[in-house]
Design a protein around this ligand. Structure first.
Ligand code: SF4
Length: 266
């Protein structure tokens, strides 16, 4: 099944599950009522443009070609321009605009290309769509794995590309819901008998851009605990229990704060 097809089937995704667990009201407004977002954070479009450029980079590698840095930067410029040029819905952070982020993106990609270890892993898939089931969860889970590689021992390495404003906290690396789900999902999508390692390749938008790579893995206890959380989330969604977050920092950057205010006052 291709990426467009899997999005058409009734499903849950790691971002939907994370949204529900982070704030039930946000889940309801975005995914049940399908209200338009009140703005688009610059980081969202920026991350998406970097993501698309990296997908092209790894597809070229899969086909046996090395994409030069200038071409990778041109890809990013094209995706960023398509998404952000003259787009008034994007809300930029202080001191940021289209041009500054264009420059930052090119610098980040330059750091990325000069920093990624030359592992000679074999590229098996790029943007690999997966559909899988979890016990006690009535709806399939879908995901798209950024990069699937195989090392010389036959271990499968799945990578998630991230852009972030700071280093990724170690606890988050080891508890990230998306990676736990994708590890389970890969086993139901042709990799049942393979050892699976996970890594985050993170492009960090600090004043001096940097690249950090974090390897992680999951054990059966991690999987059992996440399955329970997804079962509870699924039960909450079908029972229409949408609780607000108590993390006030989350509300500050919320794309539904006006709609949420109106909902809570209704
Ligand atoms: S403003 Fe806060 S409580 Fe309301 S939807 Fe957004 S994150 Fe949730």
């Amino acid at each position: 099944m291709d990426v467009a097809s899997i999005k058409k089937i009734p499903h849950l995704s790691s971002s939907a599950i994370s949204d529900f667990l982070s704030c039930g009201i946000m889940y309801r407004l975005a995914r049940i009522e399908k209200l338009p977002r009140e703005f688009i954070p610059d980081a969202l479009e920026f991350g998406s443009a970097i993501h698309r450029a990296l997908a092209d980079f790894w597809l070229a590698k899969k086909a046996g070609h090395y994409m030069p840095i200038t071409e990778l930067q041109q890809k990013f410029e094209s995706y960023w321009t398509e998404a952000a040029k003259d787009n008034n819905e994007i809300k930029y952070k202080e001191d940021k605009d289209f041009e500054t982020l264009l420059k930052e993106g090119k610098e980040l990609l330059s750091v990325y290309v000069s920093s990624i270890p030359d592992t000679n892993f074999k590229v098996l898939a790029v943007e690999e769509p997966i559909v899988f089931e979890l016990p006690g969860v009535i709806i399939p889970i879908i995901g798209i794995v950024d990069l699937v590689e195989e090392d010389s021992d036959g271990t499968v390495v799945i990578t998630d590309h991230k852009t972030a404003g700071k280093s990724y906290p170690f606890d988050d690396v080891n508890s990230n819901i998306q990676m736990t789900l994708y590890g389970m999902g890969m086993k139901q999508n042709g990799y049942a008998d393979r050892e699976i390692l996970m890594k985050f390749d993170t492009l960090i938008k600090t004043k001096i851009p940097k690249f950090e790579q974090y390897y992680t893995s999951r054990n059966s206890e991690d999987e059992v605990k996440l399955i329970k959380k997804v079962q509870l989330a699924c039960h909450g969604i079908t029972s229409q229990v949408f609780l607000p977050t108590q993390e006030t920092w989350r509300c500050k950057g919320c794309q539904f704060s006006l709609a949420c205010n109106a909902y809570l006052l209704s």
